[in-house]
Design a protein around this ligand. Structure first.
Ligand SMILES: Cc1ncc(C[n+]2csc(CCOP(=O)(O)OP(=O)(O)O)c2C)c(N)n1
Ligand SMILES: [Mg+2]
Length: 409
């Protein structure tokens, strides 16, 4: 996408105007614009894989990249959603095996990213998810059965994007980033304080649309957070074959936006970094790029055999960094979570799983004539002819069915 002359940037160039929100924000941090845009030297990690809160000096923060630990209420809510998210991932994988869902790209192991992406947003904000972000969409408040509708081969997306301010779960890689940027641009022109969270994977960062979306968002100072879940694989392609950059967060500075990398299996650090990113975007200091360092624990989808391209030892190494266990240990250790709390949360997760089994267990009523609807505003003669042909065939089928029933009496 070339930015043409009639797309004049609505405010001053980044480093010239005294009113530039980003420059003002950076001044507040007391560091240079470059040091602000470059990610901190280390990824932000607040709770280690053993569930211990790290001392402040070891969390990977540095001047201008400091993050307070989120409040207990937010952390407990996050844990609840982690447990529900894990249960939903595993329930859906079982439903695929039972033929109740056509496909499910599981986010098992990535639940911390999913939950934080939804919890950092306010009611008026927008989320643009991918096919792997069903748990994030559900955490945002969309009915679980509606969220999964897209994965059972039903023809529509399941939910109304406008009602929930959640785009459809995009399968064409990275198209959703452009939609996100468009919504952010519109919100800014209207003077709304909407923040837009745009999600993609590590593989998607190689798409042309990724470049176009980031460049446009940076030039127009749009309130977008590009949230990259680096789960180390794009189907069978490992990260080393995807990018030679020191990290995906480093890509941000090339566009003129701030980048940060965070432990994607540490929901505490994720919430801290994303909460601040939302606040910065709302203040006019967007866009930002946040890279979450995580791992896809299961195959790409049920149609993929991951043993053909990665070692089980690598998967085992990441199992030890599990986001759900880590948070449980941390909260239990702090006395925020006890056995009763755990039992209540588990019961809630079971209730959501039961809702999915029930909702997705019902057959979808199919009307074959829908093949011809919603394609053209005015139907073409060929489609009309095919539709009539199908109607005739269906009527003859129905008649022969009832004849054979009569004969069988
Ligand atoms: C435009 C486009 N090209 C190719 C594909 C096929 N495809 C589906 S998923 C995928 C890998 C994406 O990897 P990544 O962005 O890392 O996301 P992940 O699946 O790991 O969450 C590819 C190449 C697609 N869906 N869309
Ligand atoms: Mg990936």
């Amino acid at each position: 996408m070339t930015i043409s002359a009639n797309h004049t940037a609505p405010d001053t160039a980044r480093n010239t105007g005294p009113d530039n929100a980003l420059t003002e924000a950076v001044k507040k941090f007391g560091i240079t614009v470059e040091d602000y845009m470059l990610p901190a030297r280390h990824q932000i990690q607040m709770v280690d894989p053993e569930g211990r809160l790290k001392p402040e000096g070891e969390q990977g923060t540095q001047p201008g990249h400091e993050y307070p630990v989120p409040g207990d209420k937010e952390l407990l809510e996050a844990y609840e959603q982690l447990v529900v998210g894990r249960r939903v991932n595993d329930q859906n994988s079982a439903l695929v095996r039972q033929g109740r869902m056509a496909v499910y790209p599981s986010s098992h192991g990535q639940e911390a990213c999913q939950v934080a992406a939804a919890l950092c947003l306010g009611d008026g904000d927008w989320m643009f998810p991918t096919y792997r972000d069903a748990v994030a969409v559900m955490t945002r408040g969309v009915d679980p059965v509606q969220v999964m509708t897209i994965f059972r081969g039903d023809w529509h997306g399941g939910y109304d994007p406008l009602q929930y301010k959640v785009g459809i779960q995009s399968t064409p890689l990275t198209t959703q980033l452009l939609h996100a940027v468009g919504v952010a641009h519109a919100a800014k022109l209207r003077g709304e304080d909407t923040v837009v969270l745009a999600m993609c994977g590590d593989g998607a960062t190689s798409e042309g649309d990724f470049h176009e979306a980031l460049n446009f968002a940076a030039v127009f100072h749009l309130p977008v957070i590009f949230f990259v879940q680096n789960n180390k694989y794009a189907i069978s392609v490992p990260l080393a074959h995807q990018s030679a950059a020191p990290s995906l967060a480093h890509k941000a500075v090339g566009y003129g936006m701030a980048g940060e990398r965070v432990d994607g299996n540490d929901v505490v650090a994720l919430l801290a970094v994303l909460d601040r990113a939302v606040a910065l975007c709302r203040d006019g200091s967007g866009p930002l790029l946040v890279e979450a360092n995580t791992y896809r624990m299961q195959a790409h989808t049920n149609a993929d055999d991951d043993t053909r391209y990665r070692e089980s030892a690598e998967v085992a190494e990441w199992r030890a960094k599990d986001p759900v266990n880590r948070m449980r240990t941390y909260l239990t250790g702090r006395g925020i979570l006890d056995d009763d709390g755990e039992a209540r949360i588990r019961a809630k997760a079971e209730a959501v799983a039961a809702q999915l089994r029930e909702g997705l267990g019902e057959d979808v009523p199919v009307d074959p004539q829908e093949l011809f609807r919603h394609v053209f505003a005015v139907q073409t003669p060929q489609l009309k002819e095919q539709s009539a042909f199908l109607a005739d065939e269906l009527a003859r089928d129905a008649a022969s069915d009832s004849d054979s029933k009569e004969a069988g009496k």
